[in-house]
Ligand binder design. Structure first.
Ligand SMILES: [Zn+2]
Length: 318
């Protein structure tokens, strides 16, 4: 039996990872499951809505998937969520990222998360019929768990957006998003915490990169994805060894169908035609002082990402 492919999307929040995952999920043989790490806590314990609008224990996909893993009941979900918390604690995070090589057999919490994830992935594939699962959990330590599993054919897409745009997005309190129950305001974050989280996410990704085979790592800037969505998605599908065509209708428009994303940015509830276009409002609306502050705090990483060859789009004329 062939191993299920999993694409972990790693990158800071508000970097376009949700919309990219949604687009990929429309390609033939690919399913986007949202932020899989939250299945246990936000999905099964807190019963937050799946992309279909139902809590996961009532959703036709997740109820079957969870039953197949045998990890049923809130006690089990709580025990798995506690093991996940142990991996993500500040004290253990580095060790969790390094376990991408398959190390850490003597760490009970890691073994618990690995064991249930090893059952979860084939169950998702069987229930949805997908060959490729896109997990936009975003954090390096969650991708490391998947990388360390023999049962999974694992790939990483590292997506980065200008931290000024990310900070602007987090600061906006006027942004409403449609959720299953109507609309709600997007969560906000102040400038410094948002820059700190951006940096922490990027540094964790850089560490993870050392433990993932070169040919399994793809780097994509949000700005390049937004400028060339079709080409970017084609490149990602080729990276995954998939022959499916990018799911665009005409131009840069994709029709998003209903989905079963377990958690993530509320944009995941969006269905219908969506045109991918660069959102650069921050360059006009963010005060200059704030923009300069973000640049001053993040320039070493920004330089690195600007000079890094972007694998997301083919080089012109290639
Ligand atoms: Zn659902």
């Amino acid at each position: 039996m062939s191993r299920t492919k999993v694409l972990s999307i790693v990158g800071p929040g508000r970097s376009g990872t949700t919309i990219l995952a949604s687009v990929l999920g429309e390609a033939d043989g690919v399913v986007s499951v949202g932020e899989l790490r939250w299945l246990w806590r936000r999905g099964l314990i807190e019963r937050r809505s799946c992309g279909c609008g139902l809590p996961p224990d009532e959703c036709p996909v997740w109820s079957k998937v969870v039953a197949r893993t045998g990890a049923v009941g809130s006690d089990t979900a709580a025990e798995i969520a506690a093991a996940q918390d142990e991996l993500s604690s500040l004290r253990n995070r580095l060790r969790a990222i390094r376990s991408a090589t398959g190390a850490g057999a003597d760490w009970p919490a890691l073994q618990r998360v690995r064991e249930v994830t090893a059952r979860l992935i084939p169950a998702i594939s069987q229930v949805t019929g997908a060959r490729v699962i896109v997990d936009s959990s975003k954090r390096a330590q969650d991708a490391a768990v998947l990388a360390g599993l023999d049962e999974v054919d694992h790939y990483v897409l590292h997506m980065v957006r200008d931290p000024g745009a990310v900070a602007f997005s987090w600061q906006r309190s006027d942004k409403k998003v449609r959720v299953a129950e109507g609309t709600r305001a997007m969560a906000t974050r102040r400038l410094l915490p948002s820059v700190a989280r951006w940096t922490e996410n990027c540094l964790s990704a850089e560490i993870l990169r050392r433990y993932v085979p070169r040919e399994r790592w793809l780097f994509l800037r949000y700005e390049d994805f937004a400028a060339q969505p079709r080409e970017s998605v084609a490149r990602i599908l080729a990276f995954l060894g998939e022959t499916a065509a990018p799911p665009f209708e005409e131009g840069d428009t994709v029709v998003l169908g209903p989905n079963h994303t377990v958690a993530g940015n509320p944009n995941r509830f969006r269905t219908g035609p969506v045109t991918i276009a660069l959102d650069d409002e921050w360059t006009r609306r963010m005060p200059r002082q704030r923009r300069l502050a973000v640049r001053a705090l993040t320039w070493p990483l920004q330089l690195r990402y600007r000079s890094r060859r972007n694998f997301g789009v083919p080089t012109p004329g290639a």
